[in-house]
Design a protein around this ligand. Structure first.
Ligand code: GLA
Length: 729
């Protein structure tokens, strides 16, 4: 049983294969967190609670537990204004202007499987691999009903949490904040890991020891952002890739968020995560509900690598959906870096023909095919084919590309509108804006108001028309700016602050519609590179464009950081031209292929301009991709190198779940003289077994490969790469 309720001790205990999560209900119905960590057998654990009584300067609560202070108690779902001064998950404003609230236990329900979250992406149960606990609570003062939902995915050591509230009172209420999870840890000696960055440098790793006070990452941009990802981890100070305790928290959401660790005066750590309360409120009429997004949580005592593998498993098996979840994705060529806006159908056909010869399987027509868009200054919203460029129309082009033997994919940026567009002339009120205020543009564009159904319906009908007009099998859904001057002329004042979240719900609804109408469509999300690389997006698209920086060496850091939370098989990763367009670096074609290999794989260059040598190299790369992709998609991922720690090398490995095969990838970043031997230790192999290396024919024991290591042959020059493939003998 993965979920147990011990009636005597009033303890709920949630077990995965290797972890336990537990909390207690007091006689007065307060939910107190007991434990999250390595698996424990017993439920008689309320002795873990050590709540001081009357502490100086801290209000004491006098209830059946005697005098004690909620400011010191580990709260399962902390509320605002009731003597707990730390970061709350729940706050509201009632008709008297009061903002205190409580969450008092009433009842529970345990069910097999996992219910959907209304309007939101979330993990789902497959073949009975999840169980769900709902904890029904109330605030007796105002009639709010609070339902805490926990789902246990035993096999991959994941517990998900979310919360919904319903106004069962007699007056409307304003929800001021509803964070999705709170985990109380008994210690403060952890490091926090976050993924920070900017455009073209997303998800770099930052690790620092917790200190007293609040340390958080957030976004108030309406999207997850380049600046901070909505995943955070906590690990022991001594934790490495392979050893030590690590907790991961991935928010399944794509809008403004906060993820925080707060260390209080008693050296305890509270972790919370959810929708950013900044500029948020939600008006709840009587009977109305609000659903907060889900947080995917995992605990591992097999290091940061163990934490990542758990998250990869849940995302690959129980978050990504549809036909493409378990399938190798077509190798694509995208014309963005090849042509930017300067292309027509003749040029695309030329690329398609050459791509076909090299073995590429799909042509993706990027930005610039619609309206009069010849630069990024116009036409977003005018989703009509520009027949000056696409001569004879889209169907003609797609048919020709199909005849050549390639699938066809297309780029859209449905969430945006250019002031220089027919749509804006007709509907200047369709963008997010505050009446009378300046409308700030970014990349010369404004954000279409996806909180409005009429606006969404129109945009959707345009996208659908285009997709129905030809055999289009892939969509790259882009989003190239963030939200400012958030308001509209439709919602009443008490609902204006809802726009942030309504917008995100609108995006989700649009993508759901798309997948319902075109169930075979392969969707790739993108946001100016990787600004919306989050678990929420993965529910709709099995792949996300990782970064606009396609330089193989920059990608080492970006992909290393991204892999902390997300499975490599969803990384949009392409071989692009050299010198690279973002950094001007010159790298070997082979290395660019090896760095893109763990991702969805494709090309982002003008194949018609390549040397014959590079064209032949594409064929070899495609062979490699075909050979190793099943291992990449299904295997366990191990980080071996750390590009943030050294500029000598990076290395990583995929091991099949049955441990019969392994792929080691190695990139020499800067060549150093007199380093005669670069030996890297493999991980995750089966002890007692032997493995043959395909590249040198030698047979090694797992012990030698893991304890002594594998010698990388001498590589001459910077930015060189090498792969080694091992099979169990
Ligand atoms: C964004 C994307 C790129 C490309 C351009 C087109 O920057 O990340 O891949 O599609 O938009 O304008």
């Amino acid at each position: 049983m993965s979920i147990i309720y011990d009636e005597n001790k009033k303890v709920f205990k949630l077990d995965t294969a290797k972890s336990t999560y537990a909390f207690h209900v007091t006689n007065d119905g307060t939910l107190l967190h007991l434990y999250y960590g390595a698996k424990i057998p017993e439920t008689d654990i309320t002795h873990m609670l050590r709540i001081p009584g009357d502490e100086p300067f801290v209000p004491a609560v006098h209830d059946s537990m005697g005098p004690h202070s909620f400011d010191c108690a580990p709260m399962e779902f902390p509320t605002s204004g009731m003597a707990d001064f730390r970061e709350p998950c729940f706050q509201l404003m009632d008709k008297y202007g009061m903002s205190a609230c409580e969450c008092v236990y009433k009842d529970y329900r345990i069910t097999d499987g996992k219910p959907k979250l209304n309007g939101l992406p979330a993990t789902y149960s497959r073949d009975g691999d999840a169980k769900t606990l709902e904890i029904f609570c109330t605030d007796p003062h105002n009639g709010m009903e609070i339902v805490l939902m926990y789902s246990v995915f035993e096999y991959c050591d994941v517990i998900t949490r979310s919360v919904r509230v319903k106004n069962n009172g007699t007056d409307p209420i304003e929800l001021r904040r509803l964070l999705s999870t709170c985990v109380e840890l008994d210690r403060m000696d952890y490091d926090m890991i976050t993924l920070y960055g900017t455009w073209a440098r997303e998800r770099h790793v930052q690790r620092f020891p917790l200190r007293f006070g609040k340390q958080s990452v957030d976004s108030n941009r309406g999207a997850t952002s380049h600046a901070h990802n909505n995943f955070i981890a906590l690990c022991e100070h001594t934790a490495t890739e392979d050893f030590g305790e690590a907790y991961g928290f991935a928010l399944c959401y794509s809008g403004s968020f906060v993820a925080m660790a707060e260390v209080n005066q008693y050296e305890k750590t509270r972790v919370v995560s959810g929708i950013n309360p900044y500029d948020f409120s939600w008006h709840l009429e009587c009977g109305e509900e609000f659903q907060a997004p889900e947080v995917i949580m995992t605990y591992s005592n097999e290091g940061i690598g163990g934490m990542s593998r758990n998250l990869h498993d849940i995302m690959r098996n129980n978050l990504i959906r549809g036909k493409w979840r378990d399938k190798r994705r077509p190798i694509l060529i995208n014309n963005w870096e090849a042509t930017y806006f300067d292309f027509d159908s003749d040029k695309l056909i030329e690329i398609a023909k050459e791509a076909k010869k090299a073995g590429i399987e799909m042509l993706v027509m990027d930005d610039g095919w619609f309206g009069h868009r010849n630069s990024d200054r116009s036409s977003l919203g005018d989703w009509f084919v520009n027949e000056d460029k696409i001569k004879g129309g889209l169907k003609k082009l797609v048919d020709e590309v199909n005849k050549i033997g390639l699938k066809f994919g297309i780029w859209f940026e449905p969430e945006m509108i250019s002031p220089d567009s027919e749509l804006y002339k007709a509907h200047p009120d369709w963008c997010i804006h505050i009446p009378g205020r300046r409308r700030n543009t970014s990349r010369s564009q404004l954000v279409i108001d996806f909180s409005r159904k009429d606006v969404r319906d129109y945009i959707y009908s345009r996208v659908k028309d285009i997709l129905s007009s030809a055999n289009i099998e892939y969509v790259k859904w882009d989003m190239n700016r963030q939200l400012s001057e958030v308001g509209n002329e439709v919602l009443p004042p008490e609902r204006q602050r809802e726009i942030w979240h309504r917008y995100v719900l609108g995006v989700y609804e649009m993508q759901e519609r798309l997948l319902t109408d075109f169930p075979d469509l392969l969707l790739e999300n993108c946001a100016g590179g990787g600004s919306r690389f989050d678990a929420g997006m993965l529910y709709y698209s099995p792949q996300i464009w990782t970064s606009d920086d396609t330089d193989a060496i920059e990608r080492l850091k970006i992909q290393h950081g991204t892999s902390l939370c997300y499975p490599c098989s969803c990384f949009g990763a392409h071989v692009s031209a050299s010198p690279n367009h973002c950094v001007g670096r010159i790298t070997p074609f082979k290395t660019r292929g090896h760095v893109a290999l763990p991702g969805t794989f494709g090309y982002e260059l003008d194949v018609t301009k390549l040397s014959d040598e590079d064209k032949n190299a594409i064929k070899e790369q495609i062979e490699e991709f075909n050979k190793y992709n099943p291992l990449v998609r299904n295997g366990d991922y191990y980080r071996i190198g750390d590009p943030f720690a050294t500029d000598r090398f990076d290395a990583w490995e995929f091991v099949s779940k049955d441990k019969t095969e392994a792929l080691l990838e190695y990139v020499q970043v800067l060549k150093e003289p007199s380093v005669f031997l670069q030996r890297v230790r493999l991980k995750g192999l089966q002890s007692g077994k032997y493995y043959r290396c395909e590249q040198n024919g030698r047979v090694y024991s797992a012990e030698v490969l893991q304890n002594s290591g594998f010698d990388i042959p001498d590589l001459w020059g910077d930015f060189m790469s090498y792969i080694a493939y091992f099979t169990m003998v």
